[in-house]
Ligand binder design. Sequence first.
Ligand code: BGC
Length: 824
Amino acid sequence: MGEDEISTLLGKLDLPRKVRLLTGASTWRTHAEPAVGLAALTLSDGPAGVRGPAWDERSPSVLLPCASALAAAWDEPLVERLGALLAAEARRKGVHVVLAPTLNLHRSPLGGRHFECFAEDPELAGRTGAALIRGLQENGVAAAAKHYTANDAETDRLTVDVRVGERALREVYLAPFEAAVEAGVRLVMAGYNAVDGVTMTQSPLLAQPLKGAWGFDGVVVSDWGAARSVTAAAAAATDLVMPGPEGPWGEALVAAVRSGAVPESAVDDKVRRLLRLAGRVGALDPVAERPQSAPAPGAGQSGAALLRTAVAAGTVLLENRGVLPLDPAALRSLAVIGAHAAAPRAQGGGSAGVFPYPSDSPLDAVRLALPATVDVLHAAGPAVHPPAPVGLDGIEALDCRDPRTGRPGVRLRVLDGDGAELHTEYRLSGRLLEPPLPPGAHTLEVTALVRPTVAGEWTWGVGGFGRLELTVGDATLVDGEFPAATDDPALLHVSPPCRYGRIRLPAGRPVRVAARRRLDPGAGRAVLLTAAPPAPDPAAAIAEAVRAARAADAAVVCVGTTEESECEGRDRTGLVLPGPQDALVEAVAAANPRTAVVVTAGGPVELPWRTRAGAVLLGWFPGQEGGAGLADVLLGRAEPGGRLPTTWPARLADAPVTATAPRAGRLSYDEGLHIGHRAWLRRQGPPPAYWFGHGLGYTAWAYEESAVQGPAGAGGPHRATAFTVRVRLRNTGARAGREVVQVYLARPGSAVERPVRWFAGYAAVRAAAGAAVTAEVPVPWRALRHWSPQEGRWRWEPGRYEVLIGPSAGRIALSDAVRLRCPS
Ligand code: BGC
C-alpha cells in the first residue's frame, strides 16, 4: 500500500470517523472501518508467548524462555527464529501485533520485570531486541518495542518521574529503541512513567528523536491506560490509545480539533500511521484477511525442538567443579531435589504471562532421559511455592472437579445482585482473568469438588478485589471487604492478591469449595481459587533431601524464585531465595560433593553457597521446554551456551545501583552512564559474584592473539562497522564448544565522561577440542560515539581507544588499540 493510496483512504473519512480509530474498540482490538476496508487489528502480549485475544486457559500458547534467557544466548540468529515462532503463534491466534520486545534495561537487580527485559547493556539489549523484531516482522506480524523510555522499575510505575541526564538518556536508555527503529519496528509503546516531568504519552521524546531524527514511521501506542489527556497526548506524538472503548480521546478529541486546540493534521498523521500499519499486517484491502487457524506449533515437533535448543543455549553455567555434565553411563543413582524439580516456574508474572502447553518438569525430563538402570530418587524439600490455582496448573495432591459435570476442572458462575445465575461454564483452571460479564453481572463464583490425597492442614485462597468469600465444606475461611488499593492494571487484572484461610482435611473425602468475588467498579474482574497442600516440616524435608543426596551418586537441586517475586506491577524487596532454599542447598551440597544446583529466576538472586556447590546452573524462566532442555544440559547432550546479560551481585548490599522507589515522585538515575558492569568497574568495592558476559560452557578456551582492522575515518554511520577485531582462540578443553568473544572499549584521559570500559561488540565461534578458530568481532561506529548535550548531536572524540578482549567484562584476556582521526 503506497502513501498515495493511504492519502486517498484518509480523504474518505470525516473527523469523527478518524478519531474513532485512534482509541481501541476493546481491551485488545482496534476499530474496523469498512468505509476504507480496514479490519480490526488484534494486539496481544508478549514477549514470552502470544496470549491471543483473551486470557483463557482453554487456548494455550507456546511459551519461550524469558527475555533475559534469550539475551543470555548471545545468538541473534536463534532469537530471530524464536521471533518467527512467535509470529506463527500470532497468526494462529489471529493476532496482528505482538506487544514485544521489552527494551527497558536491568538497571537495578530489584526491578520487578527484570525477566522480561534483555540485559543491563544497551548494545546487547538492542541487538537481541532487533533480532526478535526481525523474526516477528519478516513473518507478517508487527512488533511493538516497549516501554519507551526509562521504564526500568515498577514502584509507582504509573506516576514515577524519572530524572535522567541527557547523555545517559541517549547513550543508554534510548539506544535499544534506536536499534529497534533501525530494525524497522512497526510500533513503539509509550510507557506509564514520566521522564523529566512529562508523562511519556505526552513526551517531546516521541517527536524527537523517535519520529524525527530516527524516522520512525509506525504507530506510537500508549501503554494500557497510560494516555491521560486530550490535548497534550493528541498534540504530542501518541497515535493510538489503548485499551478502549473508553479513553480520554473520542468526543473530547473531536471537540479539541474543532476548537483549534489540536490541529486536524495531527489526527491525520495518526490515522495515516494506523492505516500504514494495517497495510503492513494484511488488515487493509485489497489484502484478504489472513487465515486464523494454522497448526499449533506448541504441539508441533519443530517448535518444541527449537525451544529446547533455546533452553540450553541460554542456560548459564556459573560454576563447575568437575560435576557437570553428568555421565549417564557412570551413574547408578541420581537425587533430584527441591520444590522447583517437580513444580518448576516457567515464566515471570504479569502481562507477559500465558497459559502454556503442558510440559515435562525437570524431574520428569531427567527420568525420561536417563537409562532405566539409573535410580532417580526424588525429595521435594521444603515447600516454597505460594498456593497455586486449582485445576489445570496442577496441585499433585488434589483431585479437582467441576461439581456439575464431574470433569477435571472448575465451574464458573456469574450471578446477578440477587444471586440468580446469569451465566455458567466449565473451566479448566481456578485462575479466571477475563470471565464473561453479561449485563447485570454482580458476583463471580468459582466452585470445585476437591478430593485431597494428603491429609492435614490445607491452605485455600480467593483472589481478586472487593467483597471476597471462601468456603470449604461448611467452613467459611474468608469473608470480608478488600477494596482495590491500586489502579495498576497488572495488579487489578492479572495478579490480584489472594486472601487465605487454613483448614484440616482428611485424605480421600470429597469436599465442595467455593470462591466468590463481587464486581465493584474499577476493581477489575479477575477471580482466583488457589490451594496449597499441608506443608512438611522444613527441617524434616531438608533431612529427607540429605538422605536422598547421600544415597545417590550425584544430586541436582532445583531452587528459584516464586510467584511472590519477579512480577510486573511491583519491584522485588530482596534477592534472597524464598523459604529455606539456601539451607536446603547448603545441606545437600555438604552431603554430596557431586551436587549441581539449578537456579530458576529471571534476575539476580543471592547464592551464598555458590563456592560450596559442585556446579551452579542458571536456567532463568525457561519456558515450556525447560525440563527437556535442562536434562540435555545436565547429561551433556547440549552445552550450557549462556553468558550473563547482566552482572550478578554476591549480595544486594554490594550492588552499585539498586534504587527503584521514587522519592517525592522522582526516581533519579544519578549514576548517569554507569549502570551494570560499568558501575561495578567504577566503584571501589566488593566485586560482583559474576560479571556481565560470564558463563563457563563445557570446554575451556585460550585467547591467543588479536589484530584490529580499521578504523578508517573520524566517525561514520552509527550502524556501520568502524573496525573489526580478529581474535584467535583455541579450544583447550576435551569437547567441542561455543565461545562468546567480547570486545570492550576504554578511553583513559578522555575529555568527556566515560565508563571505565564499555561493551562494544561480540562474536560467537565454535571449535572442536584442541582446534583454533578466529572470531571476527565487528565494532560499530555507535560504540565509539558520545552525545553532546551542548551541540545536541553525536560526536566522535579523536584519539586512542583501548580495545579489551575477553570472556566477560571482568576478565580481559587480550588488549589492543585503535585510533580515531581528527575530523577534517
Ligand atoms: C504493561 C504492558 C502490556 C500492557 C497490555 C501493561 O500494564 O505495562 O507491557 O503490554 O499492559 O497487557
